[in-house]
Design a binder for this molecule. Sequence first.
Ligand code: GLN
Length: 201
Amino acid sequence: MSESLPGAGKTIGVLALQGGVAEHAQMMQDLGAQVVLVKNAAQLENIDALILPGGESSTIDRLTRIFDLRQPLIDAIAGGLPTLGTCAGLIMLSKTIEDPAPGQQSLGVLDVSVGRNAFGPQVDSAQVFLPWITPAGDEVTIDTAFIRAPIVTVPGEGVQVVARHEDKIVGVRSGKIIGISFHPELTGDTTVHEELLSLID
Ligand code: GLN
């Protein structure tokens, strides 16, 4: 039965240093994929795609350096590993953080500038239905949650804007990288996760 699921035969790594790891892992398992909770560089070797979850980007950044994952992550993603970053994960992927925490770095693999907490504090969290542009160019509606969400302030060259909320850029795609400000893993909408699976050769 699992043969017919989009994740069948695929292994997805979820960076598991801090943040909303379990929900992504569950969603990928529900889609039929094997999941590896990535905590060291060796685990990046045998995955077909990677998810950088939401959480606190300055903490995740610090932990990637403590666990010697920073350069291996950059090498894997820049080397073409299909990657989805959600919320703090989008901040991690970005080239420039406009308002970083003291000492905060990003991986610099996605040519965008981001602003953190652009929709206000935790209390302003919201469930939102958003238009999403698929790789085929169709517009679909996705069901998402915004929690202290960042925005893309400047999309760089080759970066396609695929979602906006309140006129702000909240979804981008560039090659095999998808960056989103929000959390479909919390609402159960599998559109973006299935798109990540479709990027695997
Ligand atoms: N604002 C958080 C940060 O800067 C991200 C919030 C989230 O991932 N839900 O990392």
